[in-house]
Ligand binder design. Structure first.
Ligand SMILES: *Cc1c(COP(=O)(O)O)cnc(C)c1O
Length: 244
């Protein structure tokens, strides 16, 4: 297993580099985020000890379960799953640096209130549903600018950019369309010069579509299966509201 992970990391980092070369981008503009849902702390550690620095969970329970085992290995932790408002406290407790899945005002309000009382701040990305699929979370693209504007008023939330899950499709151009929507929203938000809003991050691209995402301007690619292997749970377990 350890050899597999190290080998897979080499392949992924090479894919990122080649995609950057092809797009005429510098490969240090794109960070690899390891999506670690269902992955054991031991396997995550293998990746971190091999020089990876950025990991993310989808569920607070998994964050909690692996926290002790990983806390002495330097890394940065993001959160990429649907966050229920009653779990906000835990996100802060387990040192999450960035919530990439901020998709509604109610969640922003809860985060802000908690952060104020703890005298902390947190980075966030606004998650946009660019694929129009019911099963995926994220604000509708038409409402993303307004949500960004409202979230920007919370002094404890540092908006760094946008996140999306592209369409699952073998048709590259349909997937690319999702990434273009995110890029266009980024440009629109930048042009509005909203105080307290940075738009440098575009978190888009996964195991199957990272090349397309990098061509369209991704700064964070989120990769799970291509490094750690197939998951036992279907993705719907993580992405469908009904299943939560
Ligand atoms: C699981 C997950 C990923 C990674 O998906 P893979 O296809 O395993 O690379 C990326 N983003 C989110 C939000 C995820 O839940």
């Amino acid at each position: 297993m350890k050899e597999d992970i190290l080998h897979n990391l080499e392949i992924i980092n090479d894919r990122i580099k080649k995609a950057c070369d092809k797009a005429g981008r510098n490969s240090d503009e794109v960070r690899l985020l390891l999506a670690t849902k269902t992955v054991s702390a031991e396997n995550i550690k293998t990746a971190l000890e091999n020089g990876e620095t950025l990991i993310a969970e989808n569920k607070v329970q998994e964050l909690k379960d692996k926290y002790e085992a990983l806390k002495d290995t330097p890394h940065e932790n993001h959160f990429i799953g649907h966050l229920q408002t009653n779990k906000v406290k835990d996100i802060l407790k387990y040192d999450v640096a960035c919530v990439q899945s901020l998709d509604r005002l109610e969640l922003a309000e809860k985060l802000h209130r908690r952060l104020l009382s703890e005298e902390k701040t947190i980075e966030v990305l606004i998650q946009v549903n660019t694929s129009n699929e019911e099963s995926k979370f994220g604000i509708h693209p038409d409402d993303a600018v307004e949500l960004t504007r409202k979230v920007s008023e919370f002094s404890t939330l540092k908006i760094k950019g946008l996140m999306t899950i592209g369409l699952f499709s073998a048709e590259t151009e349909r997937v690319r369309h999702c990434f273009k929507i995110l890029k266009n929203l980024q440009q629109e938000i930048i042009s509005q010069n909203i105080p307290n809003v940075e738009m440098k991050e575009l978190s888009m691209g996964m195991s199957g579509d990272l090349e397309t995402a990098i061509e369209e301007g991704s700064t964070i690619v989120r990769v799970g299966t291509a490094v750690f292997g197939a998951r036992v749970y279907p993705d719907s377990y993580y992405w469908n509201e009904e299943k939560l």
